[in-house]
Ligand binder design. Structure first.
Ligand SMILES: [Zn+2]
Length: 146
């Protein structure tokens, strides 16, 4: 729940920032005067307006991209940034052992994210493995031993 809350907060912050930027832009760049008594929309007709809209659009899409890219490497339970990337597998033995993976772990041990170390065509599957609690792992290990 916290994971999605962080994403919603990021999107809300971006929306507020872009809205504020847009209102500031409207204040700085008023709509152009009517031409031959026709009020055309300035987008596509006035170069300054069109460039300003392009810049705001690029800024908004860039911020959304950064927010989503940041969200991928967050813990699904607590929302903290995943840390300690560890390479699993070997690039030199890729044909025998399969594709190497990079694993990121939550600093509080909630889970690990496995990201393929090689990129082929298509979407690379990122797999999230949720870890059990410390005591559950200890009890399961003790049952396996006894
Ligand atoms: Zn966590």
């Amino acid at each position: 729940m916290r994971y999605w809350g962080i994403l919603a907060l990021k999107f809300g912050g971006i929306a507020l920032l872009i809205r504020g930027l847009w209102l500031g832009l409207l204040w700085v760049l008023p709509a152009p005067h009517a031409f031959l008594y026709q009020n055309f929309r300035p987008f596509g007709r006035d170069l300054t307006w069109t460039v300003a809209m392009l810049v705001v659009f690029l800024l908004a899409t860039g911020l959304v991209y950064l927010a989503v890219a940041d969200q991928i490497f967050r813990c699904r339970k607590c929302g903290r940034r995943l840390r300690m990337p560890v390479l699993r597998g070997s690039y030199s033995k890729m044909l025998q052992e399969g594709r190497p993976k990079i694993e990121y772990i939550c600093p509080y041990g909630h889970g690990t994210l496995s990201v393929p170390g090689t990129h082929f065509q298509g979407r690379d599957p990122r797999v999230w493995h949720s870890n059990k609690g410390l005591w559950e792992n200890l009890v399961a290990a003790d049952r396996g031993r006894g």
